[in-house]
Design a protein around this ligand. Structure first.
Ligand SMILES: [Zn+2]
Length: 279
C-alpha cells in the first residue's frame, strides 16, 4: 500500500510538473501567417509559408521540443530557417538542436559573441548589413541597423505584414545594455530611429506583449529621456557609486523599482558611457 501510495504521489507530481511545463509556452497569432511563442525566454516569431517555417529566435535549449510542438499546431511543414536576433542564450539557446534540421542565421557580431562566450550552436550563415530569406513566396528580412542591446542585433522585418521583430532592442519592461558585448545607449537611440524608418504598424519585442508603432516611439523616447536624466545627474556631480540609487525617478518607468532590475543591470556601464559624453 505504501509503495503504491508513493507511486501515485510520484505520478501526480510528474503530471503536475508536465502540466506546468506544457503551460509555460503559448503560441498566439500576430497577423496572417505570423505567430509568436510567448513564455520564459525570448519571444519566438513563427512565419508560416507554403514551403516551410521561418523562426526568429529559439529560446533556451530545453525549449526545443516544446517550440517544435507549438509550431506543429500552426503548420504541417518543418522549420527550415532560424534567424537569431542576437546571441543571448534565452534567444539562441535551441540553436544546437535546430542546426541539425535547419539553417540558422545571425549577424556576424552575434556569431563572434557566441564563439567568444563558448556558447553552443553558432550559426553556419552570417550577414553584416542585410539579408533575406525567401521561402514559399514570403520574404523575411534581417537588417543590421546599429548597436544597442549588443553589437550584433538583427532587426527582423516582415514587409508584407508591416511588422518588425526587434529582439531585445525592444523590451516590454526595461532594456538591458550589454556593454560587455558592444551595447550602447547612444547607438540604441540611433538604431531605433533607423527602425522607425521601416513601414510597420506592429512590433514583436524580445520579451513582453506585442507593441504598436506608438509603443516603439515611446520606447525610443524613454531611452533618450533616461540618457538626458543621467547626463543631468552627472553634471550635478553624481558619483559612479551613487548611480544605481540616484537614477531612480517616478517620471521614467525603466528606473523604478519594479523595472529597475533591468536598468540597474546596465549600471555602471551606463554611467561610464554618459560620463564620457558629458566630459
Ligand atoms: Zn538579450
Amino acid at each position: 500500500m505504501r509503495l503504491s501510495g508513493v507511486l501515485v504521489c510520484a505520478a501526480l507530481v510528474a503530471a503536475t510538473v508536465a502540466d506546468a511545463a506544457a503551460q509555460e509556452l503559448t503560441i498566439r497569432p500576430v497577423k496572417d501567417g505570423l505567430y509568436t511563442i510567448f513564455g520564459p525566454g525570448g519571444n519566438v516569431g513563427v512565419r508560416v509559408t507554403s514551403e516551410g517555417v521561418i523562426l526568429v529566435d529559439d529560446k533556451f535549449p530545453q525549449n526545443y521540443e516544446e517550440i517544435q510542438r507549438l509550431v506543429a499546431r500552426v503548420s504541417d511543414l518543418p522549420v527550415r530557417y532560424v534567424i537569431n536576433t542576437h546571441h543571448h542564450g534565452d534567444h539562441a539557446g535551441s540553436n544546437p538542436s535546430f542546426l541539425a534540421v535547419a539553417e540558422v542565421i545571425a549577424h556576424r557580431n552575434a556569431r563572434d559573441n557566441m564563439i567568444r562566450g563558448n556558447q553552443d550552436g553558432p550559426p553556419r550563415l552570417v550577414f553584416t548589413d542585410q539579408t533575406s530569406v525567401f521561402l514559399g513566396g514570403v520574404e523575411v528580412q534581417a537588417h543590421y541597423m546599429g548597436t544597442g542591446h549588443t553589437n550584433g542585433d538583427a532587426v527582423i522585418y516582415y514587409p508584407d505584414l508591416r511588422t518588425v521583430q526587434g529582439g531585445d532592442l525592444l523590451h516590454g519592461t526595461a532594456p538591458f545594455i550589454d556593454y560587455a558585448n558592444g551595447g550602447s545607449s547612444a547607438g540604441w537611440v540611433q538604431t531605433m530611429n533607423n527602425v522607425l524608418q521601416l513601414d510597420f504598424d506592429t512590433a514583436i519585442p524580445g520579451h513582453g506583449d506585442i507593441m504598436t508603432r506608438d509603443h516603439v516611439v515611446a520606447f525610443r523616447n524613454q531611452m533618450e529621456a533616461v540618457r538626458a536624466h543621467m547626463a543631468g545627474l552627472i553634471r550635478g556631480g553624481l558619483q559612479r557609486g551613487q548611480a544605481a540609487q540616484r537614477i531612480v525617478t517616478s517620471d521614467l518607468s525603466w528606473t523604478t523599482a519594479e523595472n529597475g532590475l533591468f536598468m540597474q543591470r546596465s549600471i555602471p556601464g551606463f554611467y561610464d558611457e554618459i560620463a564620457a559624453e558629458v566630459r
